[in-house]
Design a binder for this molecule. Structure first.
Ligand SMILES: [Zn+2]
Length: 400
């Protein structure tokens, strides 16, 4: 699949990352006939070193030995792999190696659920960036879902290379500050509820008045209605009641958005990569005001910043004294993928999802090419053929 975008890509890029191909296998243990524990077993193949490079307009690519491109759009490829079955990732890992450094001599055991959560999170960040940068396709519903996903997704950990390497998925600064703010506010605000009938809150989005009865019941952990009996919302509420002076502006923006969303649009019970589940299925999307749209965009941008910065914390700037050039020391393929997001220029290039439903791969496209809907010609032809088939089917059924 070699592409001749640039024959000497190796000398013409922003960063290089060296790794090894990986040999994957899966171990299944059945504690009972209806249960299965899956563990991915992987090791690095010393005989197959591989090199990646990142360049503007092409993103992260894997190179051939002569420096030409062997495989393009690595980020789009990994996020398009359908989850659910770990074997689906095997071809990718064999070609591009594992997300983290592996041992050459021993199997590393990787929890499949944790691995999927890490890939889903990368996927969510890519999708959030692409949704807010591609304004012609912006969907506030999707932005809100991805915000909740980033904030409340489980934190997972993977150890590789004989436990010498540990990766822990992002715990947002907001989430950490959340806990301390919640414990601080409690006593003070509860005292106030004895002396007031109601509270006027003026936040970064709008103003709201809440009765002292409501506030005290919420803070005492016995919500006035079942729908408020939700651990995430109780925490959001406690932070909302905290004095603004003890909370950073950034955390106020995030928390105000979450609070208004739960109160005005729907109480979020659970969220995954593709959907939000609301309490009793009750949701009112008509309440998404202009102020909420602004808040959603701002919150999304803060989350993207935190997500990328936290995932680049292991990167090191180095200086190549032979070439007298800047260079980067990159620890893992996952860091290289996030580094690719870091270098994206939303004013000139964006990731867009391929409109062929059987592909769904994100591909890099110039901002000016509004019309490009498919990642490649083959996808365009396949989608057109599928539409034609569907049309003929409808016409045939009408004839009957
Ligand atoms: Zn495609």
């Amino acid at each position: 699949m070699a592409k001749n975008i640039s024959e000497n890509f190796l000398t013409n890029n922003i960063f290089i990352f060296n790794s090894y191909s990986c040999i994957p296998t899966v171990e299944r243990i059945y504690p009972s006939p209806s249960e299965v524990n899956e563990t991915l077993k992987v090791y690095a193949d010393k005989q197959s070193p591989i090199t990646f490079a990142f360049g503007s307009k092409v993103g992260l690519v894997r190179l051939n030995k002569n420096g030409s491109i062997a495989e393009s759009n690595i980020l789009g490829k990994i996020t398009a792999i359908p989850g659910g079955k770990i074997e689906n990732y095997f071809t990718f890992f064999k070609r591009n190696g594992f997300l983290f450094p592996l041992s050459f001599s021993n199997f590393d055991s990787v929890d499949v659920v944790a691995l999927q959560a890490i890939i889903d999170r990368l996927h969510a960040t890519l999708e959030l960036i692409s949704t807010i940068t591609d304004m012609s396709r912006t969907s506030y519903e999707k932005i809100s879902r991805l915000i909740f996903y980033h904030i409340f997704a489980p934190v997972v950990e993977i150890e590789t290379n004989g436990e010498k390497y540990t990766y822990r998925s992002t715990l947002h600064p907001y989430t950490i500050n959340h806990d301390s703010a919640c414990s601080l506010v409690h006593e003070k605000r509860l005292d106030d509820t004895f002396n007031n009938v109601s509270f006027d809150f003026k936040d970064t989005i709008s103003q709201i008045t809440l009765t002292a009865d409501f506030v005290s019941k919420m803070l005492n952990g016995c919500p006035p209605e079942n729908k408020y009996d939700n651990d995430n919302f109780k925490r959001i509420f406690a932070m909302y009641c905290a004095p603004r002076t003890i909370i950073s502006k950034r955390d106020q923006i995030i928390n105000d958005f979450l609070f208004h969303y739960c109160i005005e649009i729907g109480m979020v019970e659970r969220v995954d990569l593709s959907k939000i589940l609301f309490y009793n299925g009750e949701v009112d999307k008509t309440h998404f005001s202009e102020e909420m749209k602004k808040a959603a965009l701002l919150t999304a941008k803060i989350i993207i910043k935190e997500e990328i910065e936290l995932n680049l914390r292991r990167l090191k700037a180095t200086y190549d004294i032979n070439k007298m050039e800047p260079a980067w020391k990159i620890d893992s393929l996952l860091s290289a993928l996030y580094f690719g997001l870091f270098y994206m220029r939303p004013n000139s290039e964006i990731y867009r999802r391929c409109a062929n439903p059987r592909c769904g791969e994100f591909f890099l496209v110039s901002v000016s090419s509004q019309k490009k809907k498919y990642c490649c010609k083959a996808c365009m032809n396949r989608a057109m053929a599928a539409r034609k088939r569907a049309k003929t089917k409808i016409e045939e059924s009408k004839m009957k």
